[in-house]
Ligand binder design. Structure first.
Ligand SMILES: [Zn+2]
Length: 237
């Protein structure tokens, strides 16, 4: 039996996403950032299947290398919690490109944790992780990128610790952005960080409420079992 059915076709990649109802369509969902949309990706189920996770990350890894984003990368950082799995998977893939005796090209995995700073949500590297990424070239790994808000906060955390971010990598970039643009600390220049995803199909997301979201306009009931629908409705009551 073949252990390496790679490269996978775009259709085979999509089949992996669709299997086990990981992609739920024709609903009315509330996403983490508050926007509404009709498609929900169940990333918990997606990554629980370790063989699927491995297949998809191998394909993502090929894309990272093709985009030359792996060059000189010594660490991959993901946002807790699901980004921890992604960071580890991606780091393991990149580390596996070199021989075990090769100490120079090792790739480590770390994670950033959410915290509140003056009522704003930020991500921080804790433990010894800031030292570990300092002066290193780093990739940020996520499962699904929506508006890129979380990715941007993790980029900021790594930059604050003195790391250089080479790119953001994800299984699916469902948002409108193909890069993250940030002001460079202590300079008038801007940093442009590419987002490379295995699937780059954009899915609609609208501001909540009538006049913004066509599903709200059409009185489609909000899904309360997936996403943030239950707390959205609670906030409206
Ligand atoms: Zn809506």
């Amino acid at each position: 039996m073949s252990q390496r059915p790679y490269p996978m076709s775009p259709e085979a990649i999509r089949e992996e996403f669709e299997r086990d109802a990981c992609v739920v369509r024709d609903g009315h969902f509330v996403y983490a950032g508050g926007k509404h949309g009709s498609v929900y990706i169940r990333k918990d189920i997606l990554l629980s299947d370790t063989r699927r996770a491995r297949k998809l990350v191998v394909e993502l890894g090929r894309k990272i290398i093709a985009a030359d984003l792996d060059h000189g990368v010594g660490a991959v950082v993901g946002p807790a919690q699901s980004g921890i799995i992604m960071a580890h998977r991606v780091a393991d893939y990149l580390d596996g490109m070199s021989d075990w005796s090769d100490e120079e090209h090792r790739v480590f995995a770390y994670y950033a944790e959410k915290e509140m700073l003056d009522d704003a949500e930020v991500f921080r590297l804790r433990r010894d992780f800031p030292l570990a990424v300092k002066d290193r070239r780093v990739l940020i790994a996520e499962d699904i990128v929506n508006e890129g808000t979380t990715a941007r906060r993790v980029v900021e955390a790594v930059m604050l610790a003195g790391g250089t971010v080479a790119g953001v990598v994800a299984l699916w970039n469902r948002g409108p952005h193909r890069q993250i643009v940030l002001p460079m600390p202590g300079s008038a220049r801007r940093v442009e960080i590419p987002i490379v995803a295995l699937v780059e199909e954009q899915l609609n997301a609208w501001l909540p409420g009538r006049g913004h979201c066509p599903l709200c306009d059409a009185d489609v009931p909000i899904n309360i079992s997936l996403g943030h629908g239950a707390s959205f409705l609670k906030g409206q009551a």
